[in-house]
Design a protein around this ligand. Sequence first.
Ligand code: FES
Length: 580
Amino acid sequence: MTFTPKPWPRKLRSQEWFGGTSRDHIYHRSWMKNQGLPADLFDGRPVIGIMNTWSELTPCNAHLNDLAQRVKHGIYEAGGFPVEVPVFSTAESSFRPTAMMFRNLASMAVEEQMRGQPIDGCVLMVGCDKTTPSLLMAAASTDLPSIVVTGGPMLNGWFRGERVGSGTHLWKFSEAVKAGEMNQSDFLEAEAAMSRSAGSCNTMGTASTMASMAEALGMALSGNAAIPAVDSRRRMMAQLTGRRIVQMVKDDLKPSDILTREAFENAIRVNGAIGGSTNAVIHLLALAGRVGIDLTLDDWDRLGRDVPTIVNLMPSGKYLMEEFFYAGGLPVVIKRLGEAGLLHNDALTVSGQTAWQQVADVVNWNEDVILPADRPLTEHGGIAVLRGNLAPDGAVLKPSAASAHLLVHRGRAVVFEDIDDYKARINDEALDIDETCVMVMKNCGPKGYPGMAEVGNMGLPPKVLRKGITDMVRISDARMSGTAYGTVVLHTAPESAVGGPLAVVQTGDMIELDVPARRLHLDIPDAELARRLADWTPAVTPPQGGYAQIFHSHVQGADTGADFDFLRGCRGAGVGRDSH
Ligand code: FES
């Protein structure tokens, strides 16, 4: 794609606040000068907002203040004026009821901060799962020149000589305790071993996936995704990002120039190759909605289906992000896709180069981490989109994280009405369930939970675990942590809280899953299904008051990205009237 930079110098939007001698201009400059800022910073140079999701309650982003200083260095070096702006931060590890409930709120808040303040371009400082999509969505909606720099993943976790991955081993150890294979004190000892350094989850979970998506979309500098948080090269990346955004503003290189359909198609294919999180489906659908690109679930299935997963990282594989970086990181994967004809090579990126130009010379330094084409981790990576009478609007499954023997399965449903019902009964030895059953959980979709929590990978019943069984078919309208694994059908739409067919499944019904045929079927007569749906009454009471009410009233289905209906589309960054 060809991009023609705008001529420089020209008047930027920040000059609406700073560039003149009126009372209002003096007002805006004078207050800023209480920080000891020299007059020449207001002379028309690009003002860059460093949108920083630092928070001590978002541990994955708790080191971003340090990194922001390096971004600032870079902005000054390139002749810009950096302003650090703390923005809404969503911690995956602790935000209740789920960080996903606040992705849209964060994006809306950041969008308004971008639009309402004297900012010409933005550095999006993100890391933990939802921080990356929320700020990308904000940037897409304002269309101000923007670039992502992530905080980077934690170093490898190690426990008793073995790699332990964020999240992935939490689920594994927890199941081992339930199965009687690990004692509680060992589990407690492993706690600190899982999180050895600053940074986000070190598996190919949602944070690493979204960092990779940002890079694959062209919204971050090449190589950004995998550099560990504490590696000195992460600081260098931050500084280079600061330098680059100044030139992007001068050139007027905007998200709408980069976030094209081709960019999304590249990202979907990269997701298949890295064995990325199912959460990327929701976030990219929402992001595409902000820039008016008609991306659908079927695009995910069609584009990802023939992409082999070649990145051997947990939860699907063996290694962690640290090794991925040492092997060459995402640029090697992008190059591989380009060589295989699976990449839009000429997609534009924030560097001003095309996707291909950036990776043409990279080398794979470890073929056990980034596997050769003839021995992929999974032949067909990507995301399988299932449809049928149980999911008319679609459901997703990640084949690379599923068990091969369960990809075609017929089993008796054991239904949990919601997460509380599941928690109350799953450990009951009298529960009528075995490994051939299909676990079904309702009311965990966007409106049902609310926020669509990551509870879809329901832990197995202890009596099944004690047999050495580690996987069963599970179906819900929930999401799943990107660090999790299993034959787990997620995002079933329409969700049960709005009367989707999932709402009327009963214990004892037979369910058929056929991943190769992309089919999810409730084996009851059509007339019986119609009768149950006609008799259905909502089990979830809409919340009254506050943000929860806004969320419930406006959130859309998982099949279109669970964005708010009123946030779709680009509203631009037009400067409104002054308040003084
Ligand atoms: Fe923050 Fe995983 S919990 S990245």
